[in-house]
Design a protein around this ligand. Structure first.
Ligand code: GSH
Length: 233
């Protein structure tokens, strides 16, 4: 039994980390039994979540986990897409992970109301005396990361423009198909769903849900994926 390390369902999502949700979907698609546990960051080989434990082997990183499932379990996430589509969807996955993700992070950590509503709860189990220090330290690190990535150097208006383009790109790719994989989901769907569901969550104060709603194809896609993979949620 594979153990998937992340957090737990919260904010209307299966996990606050879209990378964990992506990995959970890959496990579901591969049909490999798994259980979920809270991560211990000090045991995460890359200091990030998700990581999995498979028969004593620890594998970090959602994409490396995908490769592991392909290699060890023969999972086929390709959807047999023609090479142009496969390339376009791979690029879209990376846009979700390395671009949309950061705008989403900015929404959650950079907006004080959202921070109180969401990320603040990550620290609930920290010792009360140390908690303010730990919160300040982690916030400083996340702020540094967002500056290093560059997302926080954009104004809110600039981020909105980027988001509009990203949603338009995803809508164009999904137009006329039920899933990235065509009539059945493929690996790209794990990523597209995870990051779209996260950034369009109405749990937080954000313009993203309204911007995404301009593309009905995105809402329909999210509903289809949810019905398929989280029918009880
Ligand atoms: N490339 C990694 C990215 C994972 C990632 O960024 N996870 C975030 C949570 S959403 C994390 O653990 N951040 C902690 C950190 O950056 O120190 C993957 O695909 O799994």
């Amino acid at each position: 039994m594979i153990t998937l390390y992340g957090a737990e369902p919260m904010w209307g999502l299966s996990d606050p980390s879209p990378f964990v949700v992506k990995t959970e979907l890959l496990l579901k698609m591969a049909g490999v039994p798994y259980q979920r546990r809270w991560a211990n960051f000090s045991k995460a080989p890359k200091g990030k979540i998700p990581y999995i434990e498979d028969d004593g082997q620890i594998i970090p990183d959602s994409t490396l986990i995908r490769f592991h499932l392909e290699k060890k379990y023969g999972a086929d996430f390709s959807g047999n897409l023609p090479s142009f589509e496969a390339g376009a969807f791979w690029a879209a996955e990376k846009m979700c992970e390395d671009h949309l993700y950061w705008i989403n992070l900015m929404d959650r950590w950079g907006n004080p109301v959202n921070f109180e509503r969401g990320p603040r709860h990550f620290f609930a189990k920290a010792p009360a005396l140390m908690r303010p220090l730990i919160v300040a330290m982690v916030k400083r690190q996340v702020t540094r990361n967002m500056h290093g990535h560059g997302v926080s150097r954009y104004s809110a208006d600039e981020r909105r423009l980027l988001l509009e383009r990203a949603f338009a790109a995803l809508a164009a790719l999904l137009e006329g198909r039920d899933f990235a994989g065509g009539d059945k989901p493929c690996g790209a769907d794990a990523t597209l769903y995870a990051f779209l569901a996260s950034i369009t969550s109405t749990y937080f104060e954000s313009e993203a849900p309204a911007l995404a709603a301009r593309h009905p194809v995105l809402g329909a896609y999210l509903s289809r994926m949810k019905a398929r993979f989280y029918p009880d949620a």
